[in-house]
Ligand binder design. Structure first.
Ligand code: ZN
Ligand code: ZN
Length: 97
């Protein structure tokens, strides 16, 4: 069993989470198919925490968490958690076509 599958409440909404649960990327307009495992999670715990929204995103829309934080971040949470006065060498550049 482990963390394979579970049910959580996110923003008052009950959702199924886990590797076996297929979903689409939570980024608006992205239709990439993913699952709700930790690999696609914004944050390090299902449902999110104070640094993350708990959304699930494809690899294109998931970024490294700021230094000292665990897991991945969506672009919104990443910007929110980043220090704007500090330029990181490995910051990802996002271009819109
Ligand atoms: Zn997020
Ligand atoms: Zn996506």
């Amino acid at each position: 069993m482990g963390n394979m599958h579970g049910t959580i409440y996110r923003n008052g909404e009950k959702i199924d989470v886990g590797y076996g649960v297929t979903a689409t990327c939570d980024q608006p307009d992205c239709t990439e198919e993913i699952d709700r495992g930790l690999a696609y999670l914004c944050g390090s715990v299902h449902g999110g925490d104070e640094y993350s929204c708990g959304g699930y995103f494809c690899g294109q829309h998931l970024y490294m968490a700021p230094e000292g934080h665990h897991g991945n971040r969506c672009i919104r949470c990443r910007d929110h958690g980043a220090d704007p006065t500090e330029d990181s060498d490995d910051a990802m550049v996002v271009t819109f076509h």
